[in-house]
Every structure is written in C-alpha cells, then in structure tokens.
Design a protein around this ligand. Structure first.
Ligand code: ADP
Length: 372
C-alpha cells in the first residue's frame, strides 16, 4: 500500500498551445480514496495516466510509496488501472480475464486460482448457480463486466488502484449501485484509490477527499463537506451541488463601517461577525453573492424573523417528491430554491423568500476567489 505524491507536475502535448496539466501538487495518502473531478477536458485523465505511467511527465515528479517513478515503466509501478470501457478480452472467460495479468507475471497456478476466487467472492461473481467465472464477457450485464474489470485489478494486489471514469458506461441505477460497491471495496481492501470522474455526485459520495480541476489547474483539494461549505472560488462553488449554487451579480458597498450587497432589485446587509475583516480587506465593488438552493425559502429560514427576504417571481416548478425545486427571477437574477413540497405554489406568482445568511458566500468578480 502506498502514498502517491505529485510535485510540480506539468504535461504539455506537442502541438497544443497550453499545457494540459499545470503545476499540479497533490499528496494522496496511503489508503486514501482521492477523486479527481472537473469538467471534460480539464486534465483529469492525463493526470491519472501520468501516475500510471501511460503518459510521460513533461516536468515535475511523481512518487509512489516513496519512490520516484518518473522513469519507471507502467508494468513496474505496481498499480492497477480500471478503465471506462472495461477492456475485457471477449474470447476469454471471466476467470481467464482475471487470471491473465497474473499469468503474464508467471504466478503459480494455485496462487492465481486462490486470488481469482477471492476476487470473485468480493465482487459477488462467485454464485455457483450462475457460473459467472466460466462465462464470456458478452454473457454478462454491463455492471458485471465492470466488476470483472475491477476483479482484474484486485487480483494484482497493487499498491494503488486507479479508476478512469469506470461507471460512465452504466445506466443510472447501476451507476448508483456500483458507486456503493466501489466504496465498500475501498473499505475492505484498505488500499490507495485514485478515481477520475466528471460527475460531482460520484465525487461527493465516494471521495475521502476530492481534488477539483479546471483547465489543468487544481482549484481546491478537500473533503466533501468542506468543499461544499467552503469553496475557494466561484468555479468550485458552482461545480459541486445540484441544483448548483445560485449566483447574484451585484455590488459591494460600505456605509458607516457596515457592508451591503446590492443586486439592483434588493439590498442585503452582510452582518456576520466572521465576514467583517474579510470584507474590509477585499477592496472590490464588483462581486457575486452565492447562496445554495436549500438556503433560500427553507422552513428553517422562513421561521426566522431576523433574516432578510427577497421578492421574486415563480417561473418553473419541479416537484421532486421530497422537495420541490422552484425556479424564480428577481428581474435581475434567476435562481432556484429547494422548497417544502407542501408549500402552495403558482406559476407567475410573486413570493417573498427568506435568505439563510449564515450560509452565504461572496466572490470577487475579478479573480472569482471567495471573499467569504
Ligand atoms: P479529462 O480527463 O479531464 O476529460 P484529458 O486529460 O483526457 O481530460 O484531456 C485534457 C486535454 O488534453 C484535452 O482537451 C486534449 O486537448 C488534451 N489531450 C489529451 N490527450 C492528448 C493527446 N494524446 N494529444 C494531444 N492532446 C491531448
């Protein structure tokens, strides 16, 4: 088992004007489940492939278990990778697919058999009635094929597992199930896992920590709850959470030592004690006020008479069952609120909604960094 450390890692593909990965510094602890997440093309897979040794590093160092691996070929890095497109051998049985990598490495037959059967048991592919081990991949469901691909990695007993969007070929229900299975697997195997996805829900539900990337640059590395509650910048704030955080463009004013945010159609005093020093230091007027949908018009907020209220018109109502997503407009800004499903709502009506200010965020417009 091993920690994986990336130090000042760059990747520049010949012909591309900009490096794909820029100055990545990341420490993945032994036994940690680290998720690399970000929009398509942000350099997640490239980063993972550099760890695996499938891409050369343009600059910087990568170490696995204390050894710098820059010049070590993939097969000697003692890591196993699971891909999106399973890459199973169609002419081999499940057993042979799992055993193949060990055969190449000249493992003894009984050791191969022991490891394959153990992996099959872990993955629920050992039901004697179903005889999965003797089936060909085409006689398996997508989820089962993905399990075989994971099994092939498990039998290697690698220092670290690398997953590259392993669930994106599965249907929504199977994705949710496999997500939980991989999390269980991580707890059971207690090994370092690095998992690439563009899906922020996968990142939030699976990661011990999450590394958010954009344009080849790390934006923030934190555990899911920290990332959700304390995003470093507007990009992270908008990327994590569904529906995403609401952003209201406006201006920051100071009057008699008190700070106000003005959106045009409403003004809010920014009263929280913890914000005051940060607001004094900010020295900007163009800002963006952020509040998540669950912090607008929630029952808890509505019952608090001290909270500010904004007027907005109902445009779209989406009942989700446990809650209702309501899309509204202030005239200047569109936003969404998660409201109680029993609340009476009508299209086109004007309503007043309480803002739960302790959960608010403010971002600079110039750098998009969080002021608070
Ligand atoms: P992600 O996994 O975040 O979707 P990738 O790491 O696969 O992103 O790719 C990031 C960018 O790197 C792509 O937009 C592409 O322009 C570039 N890229 C990836 N692979 C190559 C390659 N083999 N040659 C040139 N450019 C590449």
């Amino acid at each position: 088992m091993a920690e994986v450390i990336l130090t000042n890692v760059y990747k520049a593909y010949p012909g591309n004007p900009e490096p794909t990965v820029k100055d990545v510094n990341l420490e993945i602890k032994d036994k940690e489940f680290m998720v690399l997440v970000g929009p398509s093309g942000c350099g997640k897979s490239t980063t993972l492939r550099m760890i695996a040794g499938l891409e050369e590093i343009t600059d910087g160092t990568i170490s696995i278990g204390g050894n710098i691996v820059n010049d070590i070929p993939p097969k000697n890095r003692d890591i196993a990778m699971v891909f999106q497109n399973y890459a199973l051998y169609p002419h081999m049985t499940v057993y042979e697919n799992m055993a193949f990598g060990l055969r190449l490495r000249h493992f003894k037959k009984d050791e191969i058999d022991r490891r394959v059967r153990e992996a099959a048991a872990i993955l629920g592919l050992d039901d004697p009635k179903e005889n999965y081990l003797q089936r060909r991949p085409k006689h398996l469901s997508g989820g089962q094929r993905q399990r075989v691909a994971v099994g092939r990695a498990i039998v290697r007993q690698p220092k670290a597992f690398l997953f590259d969007e392993p669930l994106s070929n599965l249907d929504a229900k199977m994705r949710v199930q496999m997500r939980a299975e991989i999390s269980r697997l991580h707890r059971r195997l207690q090994s370092t896992m690095i998992y690439v996805t563009h899906d922020q829900v996968e990142a939030m539900t699976m990661g011990d920590r999450i590394c958010v990337m954009r344009d080849g640059i790390i934006q923030q590395v934190a555990d899911p709850i920290t990332l959700y509650n304390y995003p470093n910048n507007k990009f992270v704030a908008g990327f994590i959470g569904t529906p995403p955080m609401n952003f209201f463009e406006g201006r920051l004013h100071e009057r008699n030592g008190r700070f106000f945010f003005n959106e045009g159609s409403f003004e809010l005093e920014l009263k929280e004690e913890a914000w005051q020093e940060k607001l004094k230091k900010a020295r900007v007027t163009d800002v963006c006020f952020g509040l998540r949908p669950e912090n607008i018009g929630s029952e808890m907020a509505e019952q608090n008479p001290n909270l500010p209220r904004i007027k907005a018109r109902v445009e779209v109502i989406e009942p989700m069952g446990a809650e209702t997503h309501v899309y509204l407009s202030t005239g200047n800004s569109n936003f969404v609120a998660k409201l109680d499903p029993f609340r009476k709502l009508h299209y086109g009506e004007d309503m007043e909604l309480a803002l739960y200010m302790p959960k608010a965020h403010l971002f600079r417009n110039d750098t998009e960094e969080a002021i608070f």
